[in-house]
Design a protein around this ligand. Sequence first.
Ligand SMILES: [Zn+2]
Length: 479
Amino acid sequence: MARKVAIYTRISRDDEGDGLGVARQRQDCERLADLRGLSVAKIYEDNDVSAYKRNVLRPEFELMLSDLTAGLIDGVVSYDLDRLARQPKDLERLIEVFETRKRLTFVTVTNDIDLSSADGRTMARVMVAFANKSSHDAARRIKRKHLELAMKGKSSGGPSPYGWQKNDPNKVDPEAARHIRDAQREILAGVRIGTIRTRWQAEGIGRPREGTKRVSHNHVELMVTSPRLCGYRIYHGEILLSDDGEPVIGEWETINTIEEWEAVCAAVAERKQANPNVGRPVARKYLLSGIARCGLCHTKIRGQNNRLWKPGSKASKYSYQCSVVNGGCGKVGRVGEPVEDLIIDLVLEEQRQRAAEDSSPTTVEWPQEAELKAVSDDIKALTSAANNREITMSSLLQLLPDLERRRDELKLERARFHRKAKRAESVSDGVKSRQQLRDLPIERQQEILLHSLSAVVIHPAGRGKRVFNPDLIEPIWRE
Ligand SMILES: [Zn+2]
């Protein structure tokens, strides 16, 4: 009977560019197992690409060790020793298993060691110790230096990110910061990133890469959601965590508070979930499309171009028309501009009145802040207990996932809460006149209307009536 072995693969940062991804490691291991007549019972796969996880143990490696000890598998196939045991203490734990279960199989694709013989084990120890010592290697030293600086919250080298001064990545560039905050306010109010991208490109905002004038969708998204905005240090594309699991805070001036930044990230993520085709332009040209409803059949009414319109003609350029194509009765329609002007004026007046009545301070506190703190403290206490060997790693690993899940849930709720608050407070600030509103992106205009009303009912005008009658336009106000 073929021996049941496991394949162990691991990607590490050093694999970038070597093409030694998990898929290739696994293929090579499978081929080798085949060649030796071994049957692969299980595949363990760890990913420690993220530098900040370097102190964290490898959950699949742990699982593999316990499966080996329990006799569920009879050996391991791995690409090379480096995949399996980088630290002497990992190697010693592995060797311990091999010494207690004498007949275990161990092979590597590069054929570098044989843990089942005493000589092989000695060789392995030398190799791991040597690999550990290879810090004289220049590249590794530079990487380490970068990480060291990052852990201290220093800015990385290279050009300053947008939002900070070109010659000093620690000092905010006030104008760029204002552009970022404006864009974030728009996103919280429901404006699409694509709309912001278009504006940034037209106005030359966002410091596009040298040699190109194009501002990409991704670029804008990164600009408004970068963790750096609230002071979080990024390292290899991820938020860098200190040894106690808290984000490392940079020493530069921030553009957002953590709450603001979380709110924007939540808004962007929600929109992506709701609309996976984000970035693709959506035809939403008319202010009351989807807001207006037919007074007869109550179907949603959309705006449409008037095909008879020509420059200089007296006919309206567009109208709102109940359409049979969209499942409506097709009997109600109205010219576009007067309906919109009327609704904008009514809404601005309503919001003015409401603002006058409601001048209470709007500082709101998230009611679950204490719970989040308690959960985070628990995580910290457990982690440090494990680091001080007051509890075992396996108890830590049993307790941690639930706590982490709860913490992440709470953080998400907090982001949603702040997002809602920000949205309410930012909805119409600064917009005083019809023209100011008209100058905003269309989604922003709609957002402002929808803050006050839920629909606009257009009642039939009757035959032959050519004069616009505002009484037949009925705004449905929100409670
Ligand atoms: Zn209708």
